[in-house]
Write a protein that binds this ligand. Structure first.
Ligand SMILES: [Cu+2]
Length: 620
């Protein structure tokens, strides 16, 4: 519209560094009297990008113009058709290619597509190219920092003496922190492998001699409180190999907190770099996944016989002959089968739906439907939500190391008590998408989701949130002031705090700072106390507890053993209680698949949702 002469054409004059074959559009206006000419996307479904009402977008376009009568203009499509939305800014004369950027704040309701570009309302020549539209990442709303609402993060003055990549809470309250070579090829070549035991109460570190490169092993706490380690690194990638083509080790050791040393067991049947270890109801350990001695995916399933402290021969283990990936997130269910959540470290393009049920006794596998974005679940988080009796598992976020695609903030939840379980969409994690999310069951039955990054070992995402399984909702909390991505882990401490370790970004540096998160329940007045509990209890036992405070429930929590943000053996098991006042009884569940044998942290919870400090109870 308007009164002017317009001619336009395609031009090969494009900005320096533009992709080969790029073109620009040029428009010439002369004899201008009124109206304008626009270089915008064609207002058709294929051309004009789709948008989401309420979201904000950053737009950019490269332009040159012989006049200053230019504006960055947006048109919007609704059910009623296309109409002018706004001019974001005017653009100055520019003889050189210049990138014009602006933000479209909050797309109005009803708008499903937009078209944007540069309009020219005067005599002159305008050229444009390189149109881009990017959603603005929604940082979670700032949180008013009352610790009784959002908790508190402290970064300790003490720093780690080693790259703590494998972290385990021991039954004496100390932590076993293992680096092995710590992802440092020079230390690997020198045969320098390290581990320490850290006492968070006295702040002492004890150096532990490490017999082989436990970097990239799997680990789990055995029924007697020893820590079983299996697999690890036999060789770093050679120069002509990809970055994650490490050769696996078949070695296996256990750490004994009684003598602070590693002891060798018989080797595994095959080599595993990034295996997952899942403890079974009888106290034995299932292991699978990872790369073998040739840095290829291993299909071997392994079983550790705890009574003889040895790995069984291949023919004594039901074999699926399928590759579970690297560090597959495999959870033991209450009927003795397992659930593969769809989360893993590295690797994508998974077959089927991406998640499955698995009967390890028959080696049968069933696809489970409903997981969204199955190829964006590299280094997602997986966790039981609520008491393990609910058999509900949540998968949170995840990325794609292969494509370096921005991570997702999608959350899916599955109820494995259903006869035909399927993932259902859960509430989206507040803040930008992230992989490397650290998920921790807290004794008040909420779940902490902290740390992470949007891209492969870069783009730290600082948002953090607590998930309430009863409300099925997230509430944002203050973030860890330390950005943490690859090779970070979080461990619940017996006093109810969470210790967070590590981060190994793309430059292969390592963050030696330790963060400690004190959840809101530590600032909500007096805590209930567990004054008396048995040291040991058997399946189905009724045990006596001494408590103070208005106690409403009790639970047993498995001490965490985590690497790569994950502990597939973590769980909180509800302990039904009876009685009144200071003397209570608690019923130990009779199903060992729900509560595999071993040391547990027993806590009681009061009516305000404040947990006691834990006491250790051995379940056998
Ligand atoms: Cu790793």
């Amino acid at each position: 519209m308007g009164d002017r002469a317009v001619s336009q054409r395609v031009s090969t004059d494009v900005p320096a560094g533009a992709a080969p074959g790029s073109r620009s559009w040029a428009v010439d206006v002369s004899a201008y009297a009124s109206g304008d000419a626009k270089l915008i996307q064609a207002e058709t479904a294929g051309c004009a990008p789709t948008v989401v009402p309420g979201e904000s977008y950053d737009v950019s376009v490269d332009y040159t113009s012989t006049t200053d009568r230019n504006a960055l203009t947006v048109f919007a499509h609704t059910a009623r058709g296309w109409q002018y939305l706004t001019d974001l800014k005017t653009l100055p004369t520019s003889s050189e290619w210049t990138t014009a950027t602006a933000r479209i704040e909050k797309i109005p309701e009803g708008v499903d597509r937009i078209s944007f570009g540069v309009s020219l309302a005067g005599n002159g020549q305008l050229r444009t190219t390189n149109y881009s539209l990017r959603p603005v990442e929604q940082e979670p709303p700032p949180v008013a920092g009352a610790p009784e609402l959002v908790g508190r993060w402290d970064v300790l003055e003490t720093e780690l003496p080693i790259r703590a990549i494998h972290t385990t809470l021991l039954h004496d309250g100390r932590l076993l922190l293992i680096a092995g070579s710590g992802n440092d090829g020079n230390l690997f070549a020198a045969g320098t492998f390290r581990a320490v035991v850290w006492d968070p109460v006295t702040n002492d570190f004890t150096e532990i001699p490490v017999p082989y490169d436990m970097f990239c092993a799997g680990h789990v706490t055995l029924p007697d409180g020893k820590v079983l380690l299996a697999g690890g690194t036999a060789a770093f990638p050679e120069e002509d190999q990809g970055p994650n083509t490490f050769k696996g080790s078949d070695q296996s050791y256990y750490f004994d907190p009684a003598d602070d040393s590693f002891h060798r067991t018989a080797d595994m049947t095959g080599a595993h770099w990034y295996p997952s270890l899942t403890k079974l109801g009888n106290g034995d350990v299932w292991a699978a996944g990872g790369l073998d001695e040739k840095a290829e995916g291993t299909v071997l399933t392994e079983l550790f016989d705890t009574s003889t402290m040895s790995w069984l021969p291949q023919n004594a283990v039901p074999q699926t002959w399928s590759f579970w990936g690297t560090y597959p997130h495999m959870f033991l269910l209450d009927d003795g089968t397992m659930f593969y959540t769809g989360a893993h470290t590295f690797g994508n393009g998974l077959p089927g739906t991406g998640a499955s049920l698995y009967d390890w006794t028959t080696a049968r596998i069933w696809d489970v439907p409903g997981l969204r974005e199955k190829d964006l679940r590299d280094q997602a988080g997986s966790v039981f939500i609520g008491p393990a009796q609910d058999q509900r598992i949540m998968i949170v976020g995840g990325g794609n190391t292969d494509g370096n695609i921005p991570a997702t903030n999608l959350v899916d939840i599955i109820d494995l008590n259903e006869p035909t379980p399927a993932y259902e969409p859960g509430p989206t994690l507040p803040g930008p998408g992230k992989a490397y999310v650290n998920l921790v069951n807290l004794p008040d039955r909420t779940v902490l989701a902290a740390n992470g990054a949007q891209y492969n070992r870069t783009g730290d995402v600082f948002s953090a949130a607590l998930y309430d399984p009863e409300a099925n909702s997230w509430s944002s909390i203050d973030p860890d002031p330390v950005g943490r991505n690859y090779h970070s882990s979080s461990i619940l401490l017996p006093d109810g705090r969470v210790a967070v370790f590590g981060s190994n970004p793309a430059d292969n540096s390592f963050d030696f700072r330790i963060s400690v998160y004190s959840p809101p329940y530590l600032f909500q007045g007096e805590r209930p106390q567990l004054t008396r509990a048995p040291e040991r209890a058997g399946y189905g036992d009724v045990v006596e507890l001494g408590v103070s405070g208005e106690v409403v429930s009790a639970s047993l929590m498995a001490p965490m053993s985590a690497t790569h943000q994950t502990d597939t053996n973590a769980r909180l098991v509800d302990l039904p209680i009876a009685g009144e006042g200071a003397a209570r009884t608690a019923q130990i569940p009779d199903n060992p698949n729900l509560l595999p044998p071993g040391p547990y942290m027993l806590t009681v919870l009061d009516a305000d949702g404040v947990p006691s400090e834990a006491k250790w109870v051995w379940i056998s």
